[in-house]
Design a protein around this ligand. Structure first.
Ligand code: VG1
Ligand code: CO
Length: 627
């Protein structure tokens, strides 16, 4: 086999090349410049390892870290790896896959190969993560490849921590060119579980498909990785370390975000509620990234007591949990909120802090209702919206509760495919203020990501506003009262989602093909039990701002009374296929509003299962998660 040649290059001064493979560059056994804290290292070989002796260049080994004047960059050969296509939100795989040789390095280099050089050369990129297993090794790889590609500066959260919404906020506040988020969000973490990476662009929004498609294309043809020969950076203390024109600044992951929240909300109003003796609230950080935010925001700034926060320490494996704030995986919180002496308000957030679940005493707020209720109350209760909301939007499978608010308030309204990346253009164009997804994602144009803590503060603001004139001892307007009042005004959209996680891909794909075939033969007016079909299709979306088209975004059956059944395959899983069925029915009759959603939707759920022949295709009798 011919020995591959090794090329030296650099944006900055080149002097020595002390190593010839990515592993020593990542795991160089030298002194860590800023502090001696050991960092677990990524030890894998290259596809085509080159020994130093086989180099055609005269190479001088160096044991000292580079000085501020020099930054050495190596170009090392690599080979494409299959399957690096990003899904609904970033690239997610098992940790073991990311630990394969050059797997992460290839993707990061492919990303730089996909961006116009002016978007990163000499520029600033933000780096954060949810604290999961493999983040510390990944951070070092990303930093070194960023330096190797002539990025000017990396702003990284202390200990590599920064929530997804905070990364978006920091990108915007500091005028950065973009940022990386090391997270598989709500997927479980640990050596046997998931890892993930997302890239956000300069206005803080997840990279659009035009970029992620390009990255994927480049992962299939990648042949070399550019990496700087610098020691592992100590991420445990705040400060700046420089290598030539490249620097890394370790920043507090909370302060920029907290400052933004203080501008969006009336903290004094919320403080008034939280400090009432007749109001109790609880927040479950699920041992995920919002653990780092909950104390500074809820306790230190808003005066809640420390015991309001549970699972507040971010852990690499989320305490063996599944950091997904829903009725199944946040069961501790659900138990507390349905107990006899439950607090008045309960909330949880996911791995990377962009999702939220809202509960009242013995009362669950479905996320589709949550965004509608926030939108309906925003102007009165949240200073950021006091001059009005520009427009509202939801993902396609999210219930139509928000549509009703938009129509009553006479606001522009948009329906986009699943995934937050579709909201960004509308926000940048000044057409959208508040939006949400049924999957526990709620947010606004204060940033370009969904925002778990924002949603909690929005709800606290609404509760505080509605109770601002109540004296201690008077009955408070509860979370349930707010929801029921909303239904009385707008009608209730019963909604439920059935998830069948980790099905065999073959059966799931066959079911979707079968449904596409069924859809192609449907006719408007056809009877399905008590429902008459209005139309059935495969949802496609044309972005009103840039004209880009996203097709195959979910199979829908829409009935003449507005009821809907939607089928989608998840784009965030890391094993097999997850089928999601979304079921919705509108109920204008107030006397029926308190019916349990599962009871109200039973006929439609049965219909959804029979149309799809789900159990035949998948062998599943029951969903793994019901929302
Ligand atoms: C899911 C949700 C989607 C959400 C996405 C990312 O995608 O359905 O609404 O935007 O996760 O959320 P999918 O393709 O699995 O249905 V997060 O908190 O994982 O960044
Ligand atoms: Co998330």
């Amino acid at each position: 086999m011919a020995v591959p040649s090794l090329r030296l290059e650099g944006c900055f001064a080149l002097s020595v090349l002390p190593s010839t493979s990515i592993s020593p560059l990542i795991a160089a056994p030298r002194v860590v410049a800023a502090a001696p804290r050991p960092i677990p290292l990524f030890r894998r070989s290259l596809h085509s390892p080159i020994s130093r002796r086989s180099c055609r260049f005269a190479v001088k080994a160096s044991s000292a870290p580079p000085t501020a004047e020099e930054l050495k960059i190596s170009t090392i050969p690599t080979k494409p790896v299959e399957g690096q296509k990003t899904g609904t939100s970033g690239l997610r795989k098992k940790v073991k896959v990311f630990q394969e040789e050059n797997y992460l390095a290839n993707w990061i280099q492919a990303l730089f190969n996909s961006l116009p050089p002016e978007d990163y050369k000499g520029g600033v990129l933000v780096l954060g993560g949810d604290g999961r297993y493999f983040n510390r090794e990944a951070a070092q790889i990303i930093i070194k490849i960023a330096a190797g590609n002539c990025v000017g500066k990396i702003l990284v959260g202390r200990d590599g921590l920064m929530s997804t919404p905070a990364v978006s906020a920091v990108i915007r506040k500091r005028g950065a060119n973009g940022g990386f988020i090391m997270s598989a969000s709500h997927n479980p973490g640990g050596p046997e579980y998931d890892w993930g990476i997302k890239f956000n662009y300069s206005s803080g929004q997840p990279a659009p498909e035009s970029i992620t498609d390009k990255i994927y294309g480049n992962t299939l043809s990648i042949s070399e990785i550019k990496i700087a020969d610098i020691p592992d950076v100590d991420l445990s203390s705040l400060g700046v370390i420089s290598y030539g024109n490249f620097s890394v600044e370790v920043i507090d992951p909370v302060s920029d975000y907290l400052e933004l929240m203080e501008n969006v909300f009336d903290f004094e109003l919320i403080k008034g509620l939280v400090s009432r003796p007749d109001f109790r609230f609880t927040f479950d950080a699920m041992h995920a990234v919002t653990g780092a935010y909950a104390k500074p925001i809820f306790v230190d700034r808003l005066g809640a007591s420390l015991d309001c926060i549970s699972n507040g320490v971010p852990l690499e494996d989320f305490g063996h949990g599944h950091p997904d704030p829903n009725l199944t995986y946040a069961k501790d919180l659900v138990k507390i909120m349905y107990a006899e002496d439950a607090p008045d308000f309960g909330a949880a957030s996911d791995g990377d802090g962009d999702r939220n679940m809202i509960l009242g005493r013995g009362f669950f707020i479905t996320p589709s209702d949550s965004v509608a209720i926030i939108a309906a109350n925003a102007e009165a209760a949240i200073p950021y919206f006091k001059d009005g909301t520009k427009g509202l939007a939801r993902s396609m499978p999210t219930s139509g509760a928000l549509d009703r608010v938009a129509s009553k308030l006479n606001l522009p309204f948009f329906e986009v495919p699943t995934g937050w990346k579709f909201f960004g253009n509308l926000m940048d164009a000044g057409k959208l203020s508040i939006c949400g997804e049924e999957s526990f994602g709620t947010g606004s144009d204060h940033i370009r990501e969904k925002d778990g803590i924002w949603a909690v503060l929005a709800w606290l603001s609404i509760i505080a506003y509605q109770n601002k004139d109540k004296k201690v001892g008077e009955k408070l307007v509860s979370v349930a009262d707010i929801a029921k009042e909303h239904w009385a005004t707008y009608g209730r959209n019963f909604f439920s989602r059935y998830d069948y996680e980790e099905c065999e891909s073959e059966g799931a794909n066959k079911m979707m093909e079968y449904l596409r075939d069924v859809i192609s033969k449907t006719k408007s007016g056809e009877k399905y039990g008590n429902y008459a079909l209005q139309f059935a299709d495969d949802f496609a979306y044309t972005d009103p701002v840039d004209g880009s088209i996203a097709s195959k975004q979910g199979l829908r059956f829409v009935f003449t009374d507005g009821s809907r059944i939607i089928y989608r395959l998840s784009g965030t899983g890391s094993a097999g296929a997850t089928i999601r069925i979304y079921i919705e029915q509108f109920e204008p009759d107030v006397s029926k509003h308190e019916t349990d959603a599962q009871t109200a939707l039973k006929p439609l759920i049965d219909l959804a299962l029979s149309i799809s022949k789900l159990s035949e295709f998948t062998g599943r009798e029951k969903p793994t998660v019901i929302t």
